[in-house]
Design a protein around this ligand. Structure first.
Ligand code: FPP
Ligand code: ZN
Length: 473
């Protein structure tokens, strides 16, 4: 039995819940060492049921999240390698286009106010199901109005409110930046000051909180902006992805905003649960592991690596020698779990396979909870992040740039940076049989590379060199 999380002599609701969770998770481990099977078909049935029959009544409270329900379903299909037939694609497109607001952006349902989060979920759904041409969705997006609406949400500190008269939140900024990159509406005016705002949301722990706020010293506005609230995996993913998206436009001078990547790394690695928690991720300090953080935190490591933070130890970097497998690791199947990853990829896959899958199909936070569309999507995306290594390739960036037609500048940078992300050949590790393999997703957008390329090539009016699949060594 693995070691329980240490507690002191003062039990609280939190420590009791932690102990209960550890017991429940341990009970999930099949005694024969099996159970590492991804039940793709059961998850497919779960997703199809929602799509074909409509969501059950318990989703009523999510009436303003209709684009999210659509995105989670479509993206889970894509990651599970399930093709959507043309009729269902058209149904999806027609439904999504009813959410577009006449003044720009998309709302959470027909006639609802436009919101940054609903706009992200709608546009990403269109990246998956849509196409160019009449009725295809892509050319019916009103990008001019969308851009004006985005500019109307902009605040003097570089942040954005999530809707007219709404609040500021890094989730909204991430959603805005993703859509602006996919639809070719990034301009220097749009992103002015945004990187500095993002950097100001990093907390003393190293992760990011939802926002930051102005601070006054002797009634004078100070340059220092305290972060607002607690570091959380969801906000951290959004802030980090925003930072990586904005990085190509940040001038490299002494006044440039900075993120403390060492502190961030320390916080991120501490979010992975211990062996007794089956290596799942939690969203904040002293809270419980939950399947959705497989993506929000597990997926953040690829972003951190893109900033040059590597898991290769100094000693190994100095020579080409591969260190011998340590005793007690899983080197016998060709995968030492003490590899150069920044997190334990094997353990995360095991959490998802053992605890994340609901026996009746769909994935969940943790047992004994029910499956839902959100956890299904993010457990599967997290599984993908644990299986594959997707990183920016300088060689591929150069190839994309070489065929760029037009001027250098923000557009060229946005296009070539976003499409430089490439799945590293021979670096995938799948726990269980090869049938457990899921598609790689783009670490910035959580769309497959194919869907990202398709929609970006259309809006930037560019062609992308054909990716030749490399054989594993
Ligand atoms: C706390 O929930 C959750 C939050 C404070 C926000 C979570 C944010 C995300 C998951 C990111 C969403 C991203 C986009 C793009 C919209 P809780 O208290 O129920 O959970 P916890 O105990 O695990 O913190
Ligand atoms: Zn969750």
């Amino acid at each position: 039995m693995p070691r329980p999380t240490p507690i002191d002599a003062y039990p609280t609701k939190t420590s009791d819940l932690q102990i209960d969770t550890e017991d429940i998770l341990q009970e999930q481990i099949p005694p024969d060492g099996g159970g590492r099977v991804l039940h793709k078909n059961a998850h497919l049935q779960f997703l199809v049921r929602n799509l074909a029959q409509g969501f059950p009544a318990r989703y009523m409270s999510q009436d303003a999240s209709q684009p999210w329900l659509m995105f989670w379903t479509l993206q889970a299909f894509s990651t599970l390698q399930i093709a959507i037939d043309p009729d269902n694609k058209q149904r999806a497109i027609d439904t999504i286009m009813h959410w577009q607001h006449p003044d720009g952006g998309f709302g959470g349902g027909p006639g609802q106010a436009a919101h940054l989060l609903a706009t992200y979920a709608s546009v990403c759904s269109l990246a998956i199901a849509g196409r160019p041409g009449p009725e295809g969705g892509w050319d019916q997006i009103n990008r001019k109005k969308l851009y004006s609406w985005y500019m109307s949400l902009k605040q003097p500190d570089g942040s954005f409110i999530v809707s007219n008269c709404g609040e500021v939140d890094v989730r909204g900024i991430y959603c805005l930046l993703v859509v602006a990159h996919l639809l070719d509406i990034v301009t220097p005016e749009l992103i002015d000051g945004t990187a500095a705002f993002i950097a100001s949301c990093q907390t003393y722990e190293g992760g990011f909180s939802s926002a930051s706020h102005p601070h006054f010293v002797d009634n004078v506005l100070s340059a220092c902006r305290p972060s607002l609230g607690e570091a959380h995996g969801g906000y951290t993913f959004c802030a980090l992805a925003s930072w990586v998206l904005l990085r190509p436009y940040i001038p490299l001078d002494d006044d440039a905003p900075r993120v403390d990547t060492r502190r961030l790394l320390r916080w991120l690695v501490h979010m992975q649960g211990s062996e007794i928690e089956l290596g799942g991720f939690k969203g904040r300090t002293n809270k419980l592991v939950d399947g959705c953080y497989s993506w929000w935190v597990g997926g953040a490591f690829a972003l951190l690596e893109a900033l040059g933070v590597s898991g290769v130890p100094e000693s190994a970097r100095a020579s080409d020698e591969t260190p011998p497998p340590r005793p007690g690791t899983h080197a016998e199947d060709g995968w030492d779990d003490v590899d150069d990853s920044l997190f334990n990829r094997r353990a995360l896959q095991e959490y998802i396979l053992i605890a994340g899958q609901h026996p009746a199909g769909g994935l969940r936070d943790k047992p004994p909870k029910n499956a839902d569309a959100y956890h299904t999507a993010y457990c599967i995306s997290g599984l993908s992040a644990a299986q594959h290594r997707v990183c920016p390739s300088p060689a591929w960036r150069a190839e994309v740039r070489a065929v760029w037609k037009g001027e250098d500048g923000v557009r060229a940078a946005a296009f070539s940076e976003a499409l430089s992300w490439t799945e590293e050949a021979g670096a995938s590790h799948v726990v269980g049989s090869a049938a457990n393999r899921v598609n790689a997703t783009h670490p910035l957008f959580n769309l497959t590379i194919t869907h990202t390329e398709g929609i970006m090539a259309h809006f930037y009016k560019q062609s992308v060199p054909k990716r030749v699949p490399k054989r594993s060594p």
